[in-house]
Ligand binder design. Structure first.
Ligand SMILES: [Zn+2]
Length: 397
């Protein structure tokens, strides 16, 4: 919020304007129906009245991005009507001045609304998928029970669970998986389908996330979208998550139970591989489709082809936008360090640690996340290889 006001004040200054009142609805959803946004309501009332509470005349509105102002058609209609209710007003944002009375100004607002609505829809679909996966995983599967549990699939099978726990311990201390399978055969153990244990089945049993209580769906750990923490099943676990991670780390990713998903654990203990680049997760595709819609797809780091750009960020959705990785990371750094147009966002000591490479990547990424919602990456010009920093457009928090 603090950042948004500073950005707005800067934008206003750049256009010879002054911020005389600020309106915010921190933490209030702009997309949900029936939610009252007191800040927005106050803005509309002031626009209609023509002045602030203090009696100062309002000549326009400045905002960081349209989707902070409206995410619903009703709100856009009310805002435009209130803003244009008096003549000569302007609408300002980081892209510049807009004429809200013109057709183009209105079309621009409608395009922003469209993008915001699409984004809301995609986000809610993601959440729906997550809840669905959770529900599906909560229901006992048909087919044979998992090795180590009773028919209720919740209570442990005393002997099998004991075998699995011991096997995991032995494997972590270096025993060959074929030797474990052989010893199971000698004990007369059979799988829940009646088959004789072999290296592969034993590996699958030991590395299934359910042994430590984690749920998985289609080869991926089920993570809470808010916290990123793995979701636990209702069944009794056989070993701790640490033991499960340790045993998984003794196998090559291809032989793991989870081999199809990206959730394959590593020794570091994180369920997902940690991002290796500053910009990962913060970039949205700014390419426009034939229908004029902005893609807004997530851009992921990939191997690049030139020395100058050993990695690039590319849109995974439309594939029409790609940008040099080092360019983006340098641009992010520049934004946080503050260029000529902007006050410093980082303390002196943080700058020093960042520059001297004492700061771990995760900490840097934390700083980026605290200042930026994301950056929109505008598509480059074909054949143009010079770095163009203006392609990286920040959306500040
Ligand atoms: Zn795209």
């Amino acid at each position: 919020m603090r950042f948004q006001l500073r950005i707005n004040e800067r934008t206003a200054r750049l256009h010879g304007c002054e911020v005389i009142a600020s309106y915010s609805d921190n933490g209030v959803s702009a997309s949900k129906e029936g939610v009252v946004r007191p800040g927005f309501e106050r803005l509309i009332a002031d626009l209609v009245r023509g002045c602030t509470d203090g009696g100062q005349r309002i000549a326009g509105v400045v905002c960081v991005a349209d989707d902070r102002l409206y995410r619903r058609a009703e709100d856009l209609a009310r805002f435009l009507a209130a803003l244009t209710g008096s003549p000569g007003r302007i609408h300002l944002d980081q892209e510049g001045v807009r004429d809200p009375y013109s057709r183009e100004g209105m079309m621009q607002a409608v395009r922003s609304l469209d993008a915001a609505v699409t984004e809301t829809r995609v986000r809610s679909r993601r959440l729906t998928n997550w809840h669905w996966a959770r529900a599906v995983e909560g229901v006992p599967h048909s087919g044979p029970r998992p090795f180590g549990w009773l028919e209720d699939r919740i209570s442990l099978h005393p002997e099998e669970a004991e075998l699995v726990a011991r096997a995991i311990g032995e494997r972590i201390s270096g025993k060959a998986v074929r030797a474990i399978a052989r010893s199971w055969c000698e004990l007369g153990v059979t799988g829940t389908r009646g088959g004789r244990p072999n290296g592969q089945t034993v590996t699958q049993i030991m590395t299934a996330p359910r042994v430590c209580g984690y749920r998985a769906n289609r080869g991926e750990l089920l993570l809470d979208p808010e916290t990123g923490v793995p979701v636990l099943g209702q069944w009794e676990p056989i070993v701790t998550p640490e033991a499960w991670q340790a045993v998984c780390a003794t196998f090559s990713p291809g032989s793991l139970y989870m081999h199809r998903g990206s959730g394959a654990p590593r020794r570091t203990g994180s369920a997902r591989p940690a991002p290796r680049h500053l910009g990962t997760g913060f970039l949205r595709c700014g390419a426009q489709g034939a229908d004029g819609r902005v893609c807004r797809g997530a851009m992921c780091a990939q191997k690049g082809r030139s020395k100058r750009s050993p990695y690039v960020y590319s849109c995974g959705d439309c594939g029409r936008c790609s940008i040099s990785g080092p360019l983006v990371d340098a641009a992010l750094e520049q934004m946080l360090f503050g260029g000529r147009r902007q006050g410093a966002l980082l303390s002196e000591s943080s700058r020093h640690r960042w520059r001297s490479d004492e700061m771990p990547l995760e900490e840097k990424r934390g700083i980026v996340a605290s200042a930026l919602c994301h950056c929109v990456i505008h598509p480059g010009v074909k054949g143009e290889h010079a770095w163009d920093f203006s392609r990286v457009r920040p959306v500040w928090r």
